[in-house]
Design a protein around this ligand. Structure first.
Ligand code: BGC
Length: 913
């Protein structure tokens, strides 16, 4: 406490420049001006900007919220916080009058900084509440009124004409569906989101989206239309794909609130006055692709002038509305586009296009031909050894789009209600030559903000970082999936927990995971067991009881990782019951505190050999792993109880944890510290989760290093050991070995796939073997992010950007770069709640240079690799005389300083490597 006061005082003194601080970048629930909030106490965040100033902290804030833009008039204020002494600038909860459904609110904030000065009021930001109860829904669920073709189930079209007789001031459309929907108003697409309403545990939580459609409306006659696809709701899906996992009816719920300029309102809703028909989308399934027949286009079907006399009516259904929730995470949108890098004929004579990047989305095509000409586009991730198009690893996922031309000029196609994971396409039936200008691949993924970048002087590592990011893009499609291409694409829990921390560096995964974690809790079994996949589509087909170690621990690990990365306590509050239920589940199944029952995936896809006469396969006992994760989850529950002030739980689980660790030692560790599974993963988990007493730790680290050396500097870890191996090595003084693992480029290693031309992270260390043959097609995805978990070490250890436990969400920053691996430089930039952190280092002419940027309203401890402070310069001046810096206790190999916000340039003689 005393130290903190001194630091704050030092920072206060350091705020030497007295220009006014600015408040910008206002967010409500992490979103800029959101229009569908259903949290009744939304949280506000903002950033302070103070160009060229060092050591800027907020010491107080004031927030005003109003239904009225003239905030300062005070007339319609629903909340004025008054001046609150606090340095909190992220997730400040609303504490005013009850917020009303569909109401728009304006808010502003001003802050006082540590020079004592107040900022101006910020520009107003807005948020709008969603529909908060089922009573707010006037619309009725509708299904098609015609008899569906039960085999192909073409996409239905719904429409309704209506008149608006006064001038429209604003209009909002609230839409959701059973299945996927795309809506149009007067011939224009509503919004730019795809695969809406997204995927949740549909029976318990169904999201709706809200669109500002004011600009799509016109005076007089208007029309609204919507088309639906089977999607996750009732498409063929899951292991051994089956239809109708959530129900067999495809349905629409549409409500549009129009406000006229005179203040009166009108509501257009889905009801029995709507019409239904089918259109060009004759078939659409996630795994199998779409068939679009342009001859079936109903021109202008969503325009007011369209004659819908021949259309059928609709059937009104009584589907529940009390499970409707506002959308919290970013919707799936179109992102990068790719043009063909190569068009070629394979030895088998297939016409193939290479887009140069394994991506997830679809291909847009332009074509001219005759009515009835049929073109198919098949998707593949790789070309086989012989140079032919290879789809066996997609298993039963046909991944094929079919287009039928109507003829009479150029036509454009793109599929609906499906997506594929691919780098290559095979085109059949195309009239004429394939020309690059006629094909474009479009990447689709959740519209999370890019947050971080990492690069260094090693081109292969940079490609690895690229692959990690594309693994994330391809598998963050509304839920975190294992892979995006074969007949799976499921929210595998193990994969998600393994990659979750890395994900936070690349993109803002806060709301993405917050939403998904609610489905984790929703689908958790009453026993506390956590399903293998979330949403749990394996349960309806009898395929999942969950409870696999390292997978089910998603329920503790991801909330904790999100808390660490974003400093958001509400995630912990929301997930606490689920976290505790999982720990209790393990406890109930333990005997004498040893959890050694159940079925587990174990250290999935660890290094193993076919002809293993000398026992080189790195098999780690699954129950030993289970005991480690039992301890880890219990530790995270303790941490969480501490953060939330649940002292009884904290004490209870602290006592339990001691017993869990004792049981582990008794069962699996010799008195000298040999672990009964003598594998890298066994040592990694023991050290990462503090399973061993202090006196046995260093020797265990040595055993780990010796094991790595025995395998010729190769890792042998699977899904569960891999994320931690380099962290453990660094923590015990072996960053040099961690670098060796990172730079290893023969199998198994991170760079082996890179050398084999990967553009994403592979599921297996040897998805393509050195001789060019493929691993078994039954399980061989080329876009599986789990092993990309090394990204976390690259940001946190190589570039050295981390957050302190006591200042999560980078409120208290650590900058601690690690030189090694013959790198000449490494750089990471990372956007946080407070602004950008940078750590850029390089070795140049015998000097080590470190450029650091620390955002306002944070503090940092910076570790400079040097033996003595007297050899370090900051911005050309001796460290001791640098502004805004105080010296801290050195640690081995580093000079340590405390600093406030600002840009710093350190340099020193390069330490010997
Ligand atoms: C998935 C994995 C998943 C695993 C469970 C696979 O089919 O693709 O990534 O975690 O099953 O062992």
């Amino acid at each position: 406490m005393r130290k903190l006061t001194l630091l704050l005082l030092a920072l206060f003194m350091a705020a030497f420049c007295f220009a006014q601080v600015k408040v910008q970048h206002l967010l409500t629930e992490n979103q800029p001006n959101p229009i569908s909030i259903d949290a009744l106490t939304p949280r506000f965040s903002w950033q302070l900007f103070a160009a060229d100033k060092r050591g800027v902290m907020q010491i107080a804030y004031e927030i005003k919220v109003s239904t009225f833009t003239g905030l300062n008039k005070g007339k319609h204020d629903v909340w004025n916080s008054g001046k609150i002494t606090s340095d909190q600038s992220a997730y400040v909860p609303y504490k005013g009058e009850t917020l009303l459904p569909a109401q728009k609110y304006y808010w502003q904030v001003k802050v006082w900084d540590n020079s004592g000065k107040a900022s101006e009021w910020s520009e107003p930001a807005t948020f709008r509440m969603g529909l908060l109860t089922s009573a707010d829904w006037k619309a009725q669920w509708i299904t098609p009124g015609y008899v569906e073709d039960s085999l192909t189930r073409p996409s239905p079209l719904f429409r309704k004409g209506f008149a608006l007789n006064k001038k429209v001031a604003s209009a909002l459309a609230y839409i959701t569906s059973h299945g996927l929907y795309e809506a149009q108003i007067n011939g224009h697409r509503v919004g730019d989101a795809y695969l809406t309403p997204g995927w949740t545990s549909y029976n318990k939580r169904l999201q709706y989206q809200v669109y500002d459609v004011t600009s799509l409306l016109q005076p007089g006659k208007n029309a609204v239309g919507a088309t639906l696809g089977n999607g996750w709701y009732r498409g063929y899906f899951g292991y051994d794909p089956k239809p109708n996992l959530y129900g067999k009816d495809i349905a629409l719920l549409f409500q549009m609130e129009v406000t006229y300029t005179d203040g009166t309102k009108e509501t257009i809703v889905s009801d029995n006055s709507w019409k239904s028909s089918t259109g060009p989308v004759r078939f659409a399934e996630i795994y199998y692709g779409a068939t679009v027949d342009n001859r079936m286009q109903q021109k202008n079907w969503s325009a007011a002038s369209f004659d819908d006399k021949s259309w059928s009516g609709v059937t009104v259904k009584d589907f529940p509305k009390n499970i409707l929730i506002a959308t919290y995470n970013e919707p799936v949108k179109k992102h990068e586009t790719f043009k063909p890098v190569k068009i070629f004929k394979t030895p088998k004579g297939e016409q193939v296009i290479d887009f140069g990047q394994n991506l997830v989305g679809w291909v847009q095509m332009k074509v001219s031909g005759h009515a009835g000409d049929k073109i198919t586009i098949s998707h593949a991730e790789v070309i086989d050894k012989e140079g032919n198009f290879y789809t066996e690893n997609l298993r039963t996922a046909r991944s094929q789009d079919t287009y039928i031309l109507k003829g009479g000029g150029e036509e454009s196609f793109e599929p609906q209600f499906t997506w594929q994971g691919f780098r290559f396409i095979k085109v059949e039936g195309y009239p004429g030559d394939l020309k690059p200008e006629d094909f474009t691949a479009v990447a689709l993924y959740s519209d999370m903000k890019p947050m971080g970048s990492f690069s260094c002087s090693n081109a292969l590592i940079n490609q690895l970082q690229h692959n990690i990011q594309w693994g994330q893009k391809g598998n963050f499609l509304d839920v975190p999936t294992d892979c995006p291409q074969r007949d799976e694409r499921l929210g595998w829990t193990g994969d998600a927990q393994v990659f979750s921390r890395t994900a936070t560096f690349n993109m803002n995964a806060h709301n993405f995971f917050a939403k998904w974690l609610k489905d984790v809790a929703a689908d958790q079994y009453p026993s506390g067991s956590v399903p293998f996949v979330i949403p749990d589509v394996l349960r309806p087909t009898g395929g999942s009881l969950g409870g696999s170690t390292g997978w089910a621990d998603v329920s503790t690990i991801v909330p904790w990782n999100m808390y660490v990365a974003y400093g958001d306590k509400r995630i912990l509050e929301d997930q606490y019951t689920s976290m505790k239920a999982w720990v209790n589940y393990m406890q109930q199944r333990s005997k004498n505190d040893l959890w050694n029952t159940g079925n587990h995936f174990g250290d999935w896809l660890f290094y193993s050999l076919n002809d293993d006469t000398d026992g080189s396969s790195a098999i780690t006992n699954k129950y030993l792993i289970a005991q480690c994760f039992y301890a880890y989850s219990t530790q995270l529950l303790i941490n969480t109880a501490k953060v939330l002030g649940k002292t009884d739980d904290e004490n209870y689980y602290t006592a339990l944890l001691a017993k869990i660790k004792d049981a582990y030692l008794r069962e699996y560790v010799t008195p000298n510290g040999l672990i009964s599974s003598d594998t890298q993963t066994a040592y990694v988990l023991a050290l990462e989760f503090d399973m061993l007493p202090e006196n046995l730790r260093q020797q265990a680290a040595t055993r780990l290093v010796n094991n790595i050396r025995r395998y010729g500097d190769h890792l042998t870890t699977g899904f569960l050991g891999t994320p931690y191996i380099c962290h453990v090595l660094s923590r015990f003084g072996y960053s040099n070995i961690a670098y060796r693992l990172l730079l290893q480029d023969t199998y198994p290693s991170w760079l082996y796939p890179v050398k084999m031309g990967a553009t994403t992270i592979w599921e297996r260390w040897d998805g393509i073997r050195p001789d060019g043959t493929f691993e078994t097609p039954t399980m061989n995805s080329y876009n599986h992010y789990a092993y990309g978990a090394i990204g976390d070490w690259m940001y946190r250890v190589i570039a050295g950007i981390d957050t302190k436990d006591e200042g999560p969400g980078y409120k208290q920053i650590i900058i601690k770069p690690t030189i090694g691996g013959k790198l000449q430089n490494a750089s990471a930039d990372y956007e946080t709640n407070y602004g950008k952190i940078s750590s850029h280092w390089n070795l140049d002419a015998g000097n080590f240079n470190l450029d650091v940027e620390i955002p306002a309203n944070t503090t940092a401890t910076i570790y400079i690799p040097a033996n003595s402070g007297s050899t370090v310069m900051e911005n050309g001046k001796p460290l001791a005389s640098a502004t805004g810096i105080t010296m801290a206790e050195p640690v081995t190999g580093y000079v340590v300083v405390n600093a406030g916000s600002g840009s710093y340039k350190f340099s020193t003689a390069a330490p010997l490597q």
